[in-house]
Design a protein around this ligand. Structure first.
Ligand SMILES: NC(=O)NCCC(=O)O
Ligand SMILES: [Zn+2]
Ligand SMILES: [Zn+2]
Length: 484
């Protein structure tokens, strides 16, 4: 069966033009004028854009003694409702658990997905088994990105020597390294001190993670990645100190990308000083929200290209789960939601204010992620041959965000009360209409795993450069070469 999207304006990361889009089954087969199809979707007054890709989610994640509440069912319903057609989650081995073993668990969880998905693999400990299994994960499973936590001491955190070993292995295998960049030792020490001094409320969480802990760790990860010769992707960049390190590295020719979250762009630290404990605890995440100066830096990074992708880090906990931390902020499960709101919030506060162009919006919500993660142009594109993952965005459609009407299973929304303008009229996932005239029509199990091959362009370029510039012995006449 064919479907045609008619009368809209196509907006990609680099072009804006009027044309119809013809889809056969799961794939875009033609783009042009006056196209006909079995089913017609009218996009008059709308922008026809690549479906959003959220490169950072945690659905049903085991974390801090509980599980994040949105699973691949409610999480991907929320994604589609907001115009996101692919999520990239994290397979997370417990320290001591094999990578392949952890992948089995994530495979089971994701069977319920309504939209396509992929996984990053987390490296939470280091051993010969991890070293060996990395190759299988990359070559057989099609996962080319590996996350390292520099925080969460005593749980997920890895040490510098483990990170360096892992980064070298990734360079050799043509994958990319991801980091959660916060100095976990300093955070642990500051947290203990704050608790001793009676700072046990949610604001203590923000005090325990000042921008310096993020700036230091980002810089350290960048230097270690450069020495290992691996491209680096820094997740949830929240502050100028971290952004500055990324900007500086990029200007020096290093292959580094930065990912701000929609939460850090639009919510600030005053949330932690609310007199209502629940209000503040619901917003506890790492890194914490910052002030306006840092927000301006993140927006400027998206405008100038020093920051590349806007994500959510969707890791949603109910109020009841958050209350585990009453009397000790270090026990409040870290994480916030945002999957349904990322695209409308970024359109409203980015495009709606003139901070971003529509093309830049597409780049940072979809295309850049697809390129970095090596699934472009199957994903992140409106091109003949691409998957028909499409959002038809009506710039006049508006709503006020409310937990009462959201797909997420939790009992609140950190964006509650925000008025957004620019919402999906249609959302297609591999050709299937999942949002029809603004109404979600979910389909459990429709989502498929997206394999991503190693040795993307940036890996190949970096490997050539590192090879060309690697240390070589100086040949000296009369002195025999040693050992070789
Ligand atoms: N970000 C956060 O607070 N929770 C999710 C896990 C992580 O990404 O650190
Ligand atoms: Zn993180
Ligand atoms: Zn995360």
């Amino acid at each position: 069966m064919t479907t045609v999207i008619k009368n809209g304006t196509i907006v990609t990361h680099d072009l804006t033009y009027a044309a119809d889009v013809l889809i056969d089954g799961e794939t875009i087969i033609e783009i042009g004028e006056n196209l006909e199809g079995d089913e017609v979707l009218d996009a008059t007054g709308c922008y026809v854009m690549p479906g959003g890709i959220d490169p950072h989610t945690h659905l049903e994640m085991p974390f801090m003694g509980t599980y994040s509440s949105d699973d691949f069912d409610s999480g991907t319903r929320a994604a589609l409702a907001g115009g996101t057609t692919m999520v990239v989650d994290f397979a997370l081995p417990q320290p001591g658990q094999g990578l392949l073993d952890a992948l089995k668990t994530w495979d089971n969880k994701s069977a319920r997905a309504h939209c396509d998905y992929s996984f990053h693999m987390a490296v939470t400990w280091w051993s010969e088994q991890v070293f060996d299994e990395m190759k299988t994960v990359i070559e057989q499973y099609g996962i080319n990105s590996f996350k390292h936590f520099m925080a969460y001491k005593g749980a997920l955190m890895v040490q510098d020597d483990e990170m360096y070993a892992s980064f070298q292995r990734l360079a050799e295998l043509g994958a990319i390294a991801l980091v959660h960049a916060e100095n976990g030792d300093v955070v642990a020490d500051l947290s203990a001190r704050l608790l001793r001094e009676g700072n046990d409320g949610p604001e203590g969480h923000a005090y325990s993670r000042p921008p310096q802990v993020e700036g230091e760790a980002t810089n350290r990860a960048i230097m270690i990645a450069d020495m290992a010769g691996v491209p680096l992707y820094v997740v949830h960049v929240s502050c100028e100190q971290s952004h500055e390190a990324i900007r500086r590295a990029r200007q020096a020719g290093m292959r580094v990308w930065g990912e701000p979250l929609i939460q850090h762009l639009t919510l600030d630290e005053s949330e932690y000083f609310n007199e209502d404990w629940d209000h503040s605890a619901r917003r506890v995440m790492s890194p914490p929200f910052r002030d306006e100066k840092h927000q301006d830096s993140l927006w400027a990074g998206l405008q100038s290209g020093s920051l590349s992708c806007v994500a959510t880090d969707h890791c949603a906990f109910t109020t009841e789960q958050k209350r585990t931390g009453i009397g000790d902020f270090t026990k409040i499960p870290n994480g916030t939601g945002g999957l349904e709101d990322r695209m409308p919030m970024l359109w409203t506060y980015g495009v709606g204010t003139g901070r971003l162009t529509p093309n830049e919006f597409v780049a940072v919500t979809s295309t850049n992620s697809a390129k970095i993660l090596n699934c472009y142009p199957k994903k992140g594109a409106i091109l003949v041959g691409s998957d028909a993952d499409i959002v038809v965005l009506d710039p006049e459609k508006e709503k006020t965000i409310s937990a009462k009407t959201q797909e997420s299973s939790i009992d609140y929304n950190v964006f509650e009360g925000k008025h957004v303008k620019g919402l999906p009229r249609y959302v297609l996932s591999r050709g299937r209409v999942m949002v029809d005239d603004g109404v979600l029509k979910p389909s459990e199990g429709h989502g498929r795993f997206v394999k991503r091959r190693p040795q993307g362009e940036v890996n190949r370029a970096l490997t050539s450069w590192k090879d060309m510039t690697k240390p070589r012995p100086v040949e000296r006449s009369g002195i025999p070469a040693s050992g070789v």
